[in-house]
Design a protein around this ligand. Sequence first.
Ligand code: GLC
Length: 478
Amino acid sequence: MKKILFIGAEAMPFAATGGLGDVLGSLPKAIAEAGEGNVDVRVVMPLYRAVSEQYRSIMKTEAEFEVGLAWRTQYCGIKSLVKDGVTYYFIDNEYYFNRDTLYGSFDDGERFAFFSKAAIEMLDKLEYYPDIVHAHDWQSALSVIYLKCKYGTRPQYSKMKTVFTIHNIEYQGIYDFSILSSVFELDWWRNTVEWDGCINLMKGAIVCADKVTTVSPRYADEIRGEEHSHGLSRILNGNACKLYGILNGIDYVYYDPETDDSIAQKFSADSLDGKYANKAALQKEVGLPERNDIPLISIVSRLAAHKGMDIISEMIYALLGNCDSQLVILGKGEPAYERFFRQLENDHPDRVRALITYDRDLAKRIYAASDIFLMPSKSEPCGLSQMIASRYGVIPVTRETGGLYDSIKGYWEDNGEIKGNGFTFANYSSFELGERSAAAITLWNNEDKRIKLIRKIMHTDFSWKSSAIKYIEMYDAL
Ligand code: GLC
């Protein structure tokens, strides 16, 4: 039996703020299934205040001990529960994790140093020794660094192999050297974590890990260039032999229009009428005219410039002016974009709804209802929304970057046969986005082609199946 331990800062459905949580909530189960009983996958994450009583009440206490971090000694409880055949461990420490938000505290460096160290210390306490420790993003980077630098003398630990996955290279865990010894206990390993005059935890994990992966093959290539690397291209090129990309999938049980109770009517590629019922229901819910003769365009995203909001804002008035359509936006983010979309709604009250909030069920109702989905990110490690949209029969309009490039191919026709599964453009330009969005609207207006393309999109496989096998192959190689 191969034993894999995932270490990460969030996992659905316990506590999550973004795509990392989706992945840690669905990939372990997929790996366990693909491993057909030969792979034991477990996950460890912090026990945040956000973890609900529903889960706390079924947790078992596995161990209680103290973790030393430089001059501090902190309580550490290990709780556990099993979900979908996967054991989840929770690191309990109220001082660090009983807070309103998951991230954004002044002492995040210390909080996640504690988390990373506690996750490693836990293994001895539970006498559970995984073959592979698979850490995700900067918050757990120190677990890889500690294993390599500090735990080599413990025989059980020295055999463990490590994988570090970069979900987003923008957040690296960068700190001043003043806390190198007083928080991170890495005074002897200054060179390992030093980058550009600071402590850089992601750089340390890249150097220490046996394999480094990203969440799409294209992004693995892109981050070796300066444009996308946020300063780490040199270190990634130096470690290129252990770097590669595996495309994320989505949870095909949670996102399934045929069984989803949170949408108005269930549907499938063969019963698209159900999709139109969802459209009417959403139009009613948000107070837009109930029309099925025009496409409903949607945006479900953090409202941030790098998600493409700047090029959307440059072209959207013209698109609405030229093409009869409706638009629904769901998301929160930079105040300037929140104001922009509210103003857009004010200017087009019978065509636009700006829903400035986060709401997972509402997001599903929007996917189920809408016809065209805009996701023109400037940079996108993988992106899950384009896959969820596809699963719910929405035509994606995406920019050819990162995981968007790997998952969505541009529409064209070959002797009447439809190729591709969306509309894509190469340059980060509002002109190209506008042109491809208009092309998607034109296609949507042709019912015959629309149905053919939507069926093709819905049949594209974005499940975890093939990627889970790639992870297992990588673990085998290690
Ligand atoms: C990050 C990335 C996103 C990716 C997700 C899961 O949130 O920005 O592109 O899909 O992680 O890997």
